[in-house]
Design a protein around this ligand. Structure first.
Ligand SMILES: [Zn+2]
Length: 436
């Protein structure tokens, strides 16, 4: 199958220019001002749109095995494709947790049946219980490059230190959900004036910042690499910026909801706005957006967390934490980067190139099982491409979601910019916003 993308703004590594892109046999075959379409090729008008490397999500909860009523690998991949994603990293807090070879192999095998590349993050500790390390070397041999107990952070610093000592020679990265449980306690939203007004128990910013601080010091001690998941406070990103300036191997991500919603959203006691770490202050949102524009975040990562309606439809302090992310992340990232003033190179950096680097999914990482992501847009690269129309205006709709779950906090929100086309492994998976 051949596809020609006509006259899009091609956002390459060395240049951004209007050109045609020919996709053939799973690869980018040609990028030129005018490409001759082979017989039978599908021609797509991309004029006015951005054409860049397909998005990579570092943080997707696919819920399989164990909670298939909320999402499956197959339904999550559909949601991802509509959102412009060509690769997803499946998080290991399934039931049971992805802490052994059989379960990781199962998710990889199911993922291979979808049109996208599904990578797996393995658990750091058995059952994510925070005590005994998983067989990280065996999981790394299957291609696992990220390990995390996400849902919770590794609470015990001695366990985290041992995990880092194991990770370093394997060349893998530990990803931390930063919340100190003794400080976060049973809190259901950000601790501050708003939680006081609403009479809800809060989770202090310090619960996150203390673990960021601790893990930066553990990276310094061990020389291993840490990725900070969903940073949500101004001080967290400031500490990571300082650690990077020192040359420590730390990377970090921000979630679309922490860039676009603040703690005031909890005022209606609607559990759709409950998430861990919680929505923070308006000042934190400003600081996170500034850091995103300055290139301090390696990635925008969705923390796509599907929950079945029965679970979310209850009292704020009793509901599970988490919200959907895959289908609106690109538009929210565009908004956070300034919409009309959004730099297309930065946009594809945080949605594709940065996360592909952290997940080791690039061609130079020489991964064998999955395709290459986050590369240049030039002949010879694997054809994982996303087309984004920055001129589009639309309204987020719960009813239109491909995800099995319905827990988006954005229903009815006007959005700017939209993914129109997703080409994954050389196949046209989404066109004009519709699954093919
Ligand atoms: Zn998390």
């Amino acid at each position: 199958m051949s596809i020609v993308l006509r006259r899009g703004l091609v956002v390459g590594l060395s240049s951004t220019r209007v050109a045609d892109v020919l996709v053939r046999d799973g690869r980018i075959a040609e990028v030129a001002p005018r490409v001759e379409a082979p017989a039978g090729a599908r021609e797509i008008d991309a004029e006015g749109c951005w054409v860049g490397p397909g998005f990579v999500d570092l943080h997707t909860h696919l819920r399989e095995p164990g909670r298939e009523a909320a999402e499956t690998i197959e339904s999550g991949a559909r949601a991802g494709a509509v959102g412009g994603y060509c690769a997803l990293v499946a998080m290991p807090n399934t039931e049971p947790a992805l802490d052994n070879v059989a379960l990781v192999a199962y998710v990889l095998e199911r993922g291979a049946r979808t049109p996208l590349d599904v990578a797996v993050a393995g658990a750091i500790t058995m059952g994510r219980a925070g005590q005994h390390l998983t067989p990280m070397a065996e999981l790394a041999a299957l291609g696992v490059r990220l390990f995390t107990d996400d849902g919770t952070g590794v609470q015990d610093p001695a366990v985290m230190r041992r995990a880092l000592d194991y990770a370093r020679p394997l060349g893998v990265r530990l990803a931390q959900h930063c919340e100190d449980e003794s400080l976060a306690g049973a809190g259901s939203m950000n601790e501050g004036a708003v939680s006081g007004r609403l009479g809800l128990v809060g989770r202090p910013a310090l619960a996150e910042e203390l673990m960021v601080m601790r893990d930066i010091e553990l990276v310094r001690l061990t020389g291993a690499a840490v990725h900070f998941l969903h940073l949500s406070t101004a001080r967290s990103i400031a500490m990571v910026e300082a650690a990077r300036r020192e040359g420590l191997d730390v990377t970090c991500e921000v979630a679309p909801h922490h860039l676009t919603l603040d703690e005031e959203a909890c005022a209606g006691f609607d559990a759709l706005f409950k998430v861990h770490p919680p929505l923070r202050t308006a000042d934190d949102v400003v600081a996170l957006r500034r850091a995103l524009r300055d290139g301090e975040f390696d990635a925008v990562a969705t923390d796509h967390a599907p929950h079945s309606p029965e679970l979310k439809d209850c009292a704020f302090d009793e509901a599970p934490a988490g919200m959907l992310g895959l289908e609106h992340a690109a538009s929210l990232t565009y908004e956070a980067l300034g919409a009309a003033s959004c730099d297309p190179l930065r946009f594809f950096d945080v949605l594709s190139r940065g996360p592909a680097r952290v997940a080791q999914l690039r061609a130079e990482d020489q991964r064998v099982r999955l395709g290459a992501h986050g590369g240049d847009v030039r002949a010879g690269e694997d054809a994982n491409l996303t087309v984004f129309d920055p001129r589009a205006h639309w309204v987020a709709s719960r009813a239109a979601l491909q995800s099995r779950a319905r827990n988006t906090p954005y229903d009815g929100r006007p959005l700017s910019g939209r993914v129109t086309t997703t080409i994954a492994r050389g196949q046209l998976v989404v066109h004009e916003g519709q699954l093919q």
